[in-house]
Every structure is written in C-alpha cells, then in structure tokens.
Design a protein around this ligand. Structure first.
Ligand SMILES: [Zn+2]
Length: 79
C-alpha cells in the first residue's frame, strides 16, 4: 500500500504531477507525499487526543476544586 502511494507521484492536494518526488509540492507548497502527510496527520491527531485528555482532566480538577471550595465555605459558615 505504501509502495503504491510512493509510485503515484501526484500531489495529494492539487494533484499536480510530482514525478521528481519533491517533499513539498511546487504548485501549492504543501506536502506532496501522501505517506508523510498521513504520518503528520496521525501525529497531529494523537496530539489532539492528548490535548483533549488534558483538557478533560483539567476540567475535572477544576470542578473538584470548586466542590472543595464550596465545602470549605460551608464549613466556614457552620463554624
Ligand atoms: Zn500541490
């Protein structure tokens, strides 16, 4: 599959012939190689997932902190 993609040497963005196998397309300036492009896409997706996890973790921590603050406020009021 990867070999077939390398043999097909057209830009994946604008489909311009890239028989010289430039890393960047000379027509649109983007990555012409679908193999490397898919790897970058996969890495960015993994980063996005990790970022989502971090965001959700922060949200949970913030909600827990808010609950603790409310508890502290209640204790302070009751004392
Ligand atoms: Zn292109």
């Amino acid at each position: 599959m990867a070999v077939c993609l390398q043999l097909v040497s057209n830009c994946i963005h604008c489909n311009v012939d890239n028989s010289e196998n430039w890393f960047y397309c000379r027509s649109c300036g983007k990555h012409a190689s679908e193999n490397k492009y898919s790897q970058n896409l996969w890495m960015s997706t993994e980063r996005g997932k990790r970022t989502d996890v971090e965001f959700s973790t922060q949200t949970i921590d913030e909600s827990i902190n808010e609950m603790n603050k409310k508890k502290e406020e209640r204790y302070a009021q009751s004392w």
